[in-house]
Design a protein around this ligand. Structure first.
Ligand SMILES: [Zn+2]
Ligand SMILES: [Zn+2]
Length: 140
């Protein structure tokens, strides 16, 4: 099944964020988040940074509130028991919208046919209103 063009564009954007073209032998895996309740793909995003989180290496939880049914889910969790919530960020698009389509892209290092190792990943968002793409978090 074909994805809507705007979401294929989000995948392209996430691949570019990981400089996928420089790693032709590696596998890039893209997943679009959707609501477990209504399958909606537009979310009000809130980023909870935990101790040790940085721009290039996110630690914490990314929450999404489904714009359609209001269900709140953990879209991405990368933290540990010793880490504590530090600050909350509500990403906003240049147009003022706080609703995003959210996708995750990960690079798995190619090991000549063997199961590779996770290298790095990105959580990218596309504004549901104006379609601008934005990085929400990098992690490795
Ligand atoms: Zn929903
Ligand atoms: Zn926008």
């Amino acid at each position: 099944m074909d994805k809507p063009p705007s979401l294929a564009e989000l995948e392209d954007y996430a691949m570019q964020c990981l400089h996928a073209q420089n790693y032709p032998d590696d596998l890039h895996r893209f997943t679009l988040f959707s609501c477990s309740e209504c399958r909606g793909t537009c979310f009000r995003v809130s980023i909870e940074h935990h101790t040790g989180s940085s721009d290039q290496n996110f630690r914490g939880i990314i929450w999404g509130e489904c714009a359609k049914c209001g269900r709140i889910c953990q879209m991405f969790t990368y933290t540990g028991e010793h880490r504590k919530p530090k600050k909350n960020e509500m990403p906003e698009c240049d147009c003022g919208s706080r609703k995003f389509f959210v996708g995750q892209c990960e690079r798995i290092e190619g090991e000549k046919g063997l199961t590779g190792f996770f290298d790095e990943g990105v959580i990218a968002g596309k504004c549901c209103i104006c379609s601008l793409n934005k990085v929400l978090a990098f992690y490795d």
